[in-house]
Design a protein around this ligand. Structure first.
Ligand SMILES: *Cc1c(COP(=O)(O)O)cnc(C)c1O
Length: 357
């Protein structure tokens, strides 16, 4: 069976060495040594200042909204994984959608200002498929209108924009380290927070607001990463260069074989790639369904990322007219891409697609 992705499992003996350390110390959660070690190593690998490791990417978003004190309306994109929108609704915020740009598939920054009202408190854009948003433009709009920015950067692990980590933009960026992501900690996530004071508050917030024993300051929640998650992260991080290198080969082979037949998102020319996803855009939903079926008949399972467009969710009542997002989401398919995908398997996928179009 060939899936859209395959979880990267590191060398078992390496993972076991970390697990042995956990058993020796007897300390399995609450800011243990491995979480601290992973935090430091990620800060230097990614080129960011303050990284806070948490249970998963969705909680990272929710903590970010609470930390910045968001209220009322939040401008966001309808073309993303459901968690971008559901996390807002879960926190009692109202998502206000701005349609995407048909080329980049990121939020169309030119339409943001039309959706700003007196109730707007923030913008939550997504660097979708690792494609960096127009961060300078978005920052300009936010500053002018006194809005916060939280980037859902779940797809941009290790991506640099103009020779600096893309994660340094906005008030907060969040990452997901779910098993399906390019770097993972089984389940996991992180907040990247530029402001030191805000970072200190975030550390308390993910631990019930506790500073030290018997000393509680402010509302908190439990969002701590545990030592077994960190152990997986440390073991995977050692292999990151190899993971990205293998994916690059697969990515470029697809591109080479399919580029004169199909449309792809237009990538930001000022940023690097991490080869997390290989999305292709078909001429119609009918062609997509036809090809998807043919692939499934051969035990190949691409995924319809992202379908449906989030404005169609049953708990969303406004902004039901995200035409480009709806149109793209019906025609886009992500092809299998992972470290052990073999050339003959890729050739088989390419053959079926070429025949289908
Ligand atoms: C995966 C993902 C999330 C959620 O992360 P989890 O770690 O699974 O909670 C949020 N936003 C986007 C864009 C994602 O792809």
């Amino acid at each position: 069976m060939i899936n859209v992705t395959k979880t990267y499992l590191p060398d078992k003996s390496k993972y076991k060495e970390y697990v042995d350390q956990i058993f020796e110390s007897g300390w399995i959660t609450n800011q243990g040594d491995l979480v601290k070690k992973l935090k430091n190593r990620l800060e230097s690998y990614l080129g960011v200042k303050n990284i806070l490791l948490v249970t998963n990417g969705t909680l990272a978003l929710q903590v970010a909204y609470k930390l910045l004190g968001l209220t009322g309306e939040v401008i966001t994109t309808p073309f993303s994984f459901v968690a971008t929108t559901s996390s807002l609704v879960w926190e009692g915020l109202q998502p206000i959608f701005v349609d995407i740009d048909s080329q980049t598939l990121c939020i169309d920054y030119k339409q943001i200002k039309d959706k700003i009202t007196s109730r707007t408190s923030a913008i939550v854009p997504v660097h979708v498929f690792g494609n960096c948003c127009e961060v300078e433009e978005i920052e300009r709009i936010a500053r002018k209108n006194d809005l916060k920015i939280v980037y859902d950067a779940a797809h941009t692990f290790g991506i640099d924009y103009k020779n600096e980590s893309i994660l340094n933009y906005g008030d907060i960026s969040i990452l997901s380290f779910h098993a399906t992501k390019i770097f993972h900690t089984i389940e996991g996530g992180a907040l990247i927070i530029n402001d030191d004071e805000l970072y200190k508050r975030a550390e308390r917030m993910i631990n019930f607001g506790i500073i030290r024993q018997e000393n509680i300051e402010g509302l908190g929640i439990n969002a701590k990463m545990n030592e077994f998650q960190a152990a997986m992260g440390l073991a995977v991080l050692d292999d990151m260069d190899d993971i990205i290198h293998k994916r690059k080969g697969i990515y470029e082979y697809y591109l080479d074989k399919l580029s004169n037949k199909l449309r792809f998102p237009k990538y930001n020319v000022d940023s690097t790639k991490n080869y997390s996803y290989f999305p292709i855009i078909f001429e119609s939903e009918e062609i997509l369904s036809n090809i998807k079926q043919k692939l499934e008949n051969e035990n190949i399972f691409p995924r319809r990322y992202f379908y449906p467009s989030l404005d169609t969710l049953d708990y969303i009542s406004n902004d039901k007219n995200m035409n480009i997002s709806n149109e793209i989401s019906r025609r886009i398919l992500c092809l299998p891409i992972y470290h052990t995908l073999k050339r003959p398997e890729q050739d088989q996928i390419i053959r079926i697609i070429k025949k289908g179009i």
